[in-house]
Ligand binder design. Sequence first.
Ligand SMILES: C[S@@+](CC[C@H](N)C(=O)[O-])C[C@H]1O[C@@H](n2cnc3c(N)ncnc32)[C@H](O)[C@@H]1O
Length: 242
Amino acid sequence: MTDKVNMTMTNNWHKLWERKTLATEKPDLATLISMVGWKTKDGDLSEQEWLEFVRFVAEKLNISSGDIIFEIGCGPGGFLLPFYEKGHAITGLDYSESLIEICRQIMPSGDFHYGEANLLPLPDQSFDIIFSNSVCHYFPDHDYSERVLSEISRCLKSGGRGAILDANDASKRNAFLEHRYERFGGKVEYDEQNQDLPQLFYDKDWFVNTGAKYGLIGYTEDQSIEWYRNTPFRFNYFFSKQ
Ligand SMILES: C[S@@+](CC[C@H](N)C(=O)[O-])C[C@H]1O[C@@H](n2cnc3c(N)ncnc32)[C@H](O)[C@@H]1O
């Protein structure tokens, strides 16, 4: 199967993620998470804070040893690395070739694919767990996101579990924008620096109802990471496949 990325993506996010590279060959976990923008309210976050979040997700999904795990939009691998180190078989996919190269370096026995979330180059029913952390707000539209849910369902084993984490909550869109304007020093400055970098927002019901169309039975919860600056505006969708 060939990895491929549809270069007709309508915004600049793909270019931005493709530009991410690292000077060092042996990055530590803190470097991996900071290079894809994970920040606390006050600045950089610690490895310990990050590992607590990974543990929270592992508990929610009831991940046990032997579970085969796949992450969509894995970036340089900061979310997968703790599972890899525990001995899980892991697969990652991202549409940034430079970030996938970093994953291949730091997790040599992992299976990594350069490709898009809406067309997974992977066999049917091959994973116990599929998650995607802080990716779905970069998708171009809801049709694309629906295609991702249908692909997740195809690749999950029956009884498999998963999560779309850190989705933008449509009911908090205005509050999110106000927060961003403040961070960037005003609306004009924000608009200037974020041209062609739109973020997609979701109604919580959209995930529950659309997932159900593909046999994913799920629920949503507000984002609960205490340290994370976007927590007030985000939610998580957890599901299992019938
Ligand atoms: C904020 S980073 C999160 C990385 C990782 N999931 C983590 O938690 O550290 C978002 C990642 O999503 C990837 N991405 C965004 N849209 C994508 C798409 N349509 N298909 C595949 N990857 C995508 C980006 O290249 C980037 O690596």
